[in-house]
Design a protein around this ligand. Structure first.
Ligand SMILES: C[S@@+](CC[C@H](N)C(=O)[O-])C[C@H]1O[C@@H](n2cnc3c(N)ncnc32)[C@H](O)[C@@H]1O
Length: 200
């Protein structure tokens, strides 16, 4: 058996995120996951929410690693992982009932976050959801000292990364017709933000 990519954070947060997805995606059928990483989330969420068709994705350079886990553990309702960089224009995918991303927007640059919303505009179906898990700032303030330290660590790795302002994220979402439905407070000073597009 090959050594699978592993994230302790994904292991820790998969249960609380599953509870949000379980309650939010009752009537959804298709989900695109951006930045599927180690594949732990795709395997766990699709395995526990069998009514969903889960589409994992990664940047080209991370696809091989993601596929190591998916090849071994993905249940039948996980589709083959696709290559997706949020800067792609257009994204090579049909409209989806929901888009999910965990711990991605503080890794990519702000320019890429803006491009992500350009892609989301075309991909989230009427009535569909955008669900983003991770740490956020509110009114310019970190929610904890550990998040402030995390920001320092992120910037030390890559100057363009950083914990995003909730208000700026919400403004980008509003621009493409998404309305905040719920801001779930999660363990370890994270949030799970759920926006929904009007049902038209
Ligand atoms: C910290 S990892 C999180 C991985 C996984 N979602 C998790 O929670 O374990 C950050 C992810 O952001 C993705 N990412 C960064 N920039 C990206 C971009 N421009 N387009 C798509 N994904 C990107 C990376 O490929 C990586 O999978």
């Amino acid at each position: 058996m090959s050594k699978l990519p592993f994230s302790q954070a994904a292991e820790n947060n998969k249960e609380p995120i599953l509870a949000v997805l379980h309650d939010t995606l009752v009537d959804s059928k298709t989900v695109l996951e951006i930045g599927s990483g180690t594949g732990q989330h795709a395997v766990w969420f699709a395995g526990h929410l069998p009514h969903l068709q889960w589409q994992p994705s990664e940047q080209q350079q991370n696809l091989e690693s993601l596929n190591l886990r998916l090849d071994e553990e993905a249940p039948d309702n996980v589709l083959d992982a696709m290559v997706l960089d949020v800067a792609d224009d257009p994204w090579a995918i049909e409209p989806m009932d929901a888009v999910f991303a965990a711990n991605c927007v503080h890794i990519m640059s702000w320019g890429h976050v803006e491009k992500m919303f350009r892609g989301l505009d075309k991909v989230i179906a009427p009535g569909g959801f955008l669900i983003l898990y991770g740490p956020y700032k509110y009114k310019g303030a970190f929610t904890s000292s550990s998040n402030a330290e995390f920001e320092q660590w992120l910037k030390g790795n890559d100057e363009v990364s950083g914990i995003r302002d909730f208000e700026k994220m919400d403004a980008l979402a509003n621009n493409i017709g998404l309305t905040l439905q719920k801001d779930h407070k999660m363990p370890s000073n994270n949030q799970c933000l759920v926006w929904q597009r009007e049902k038209s």
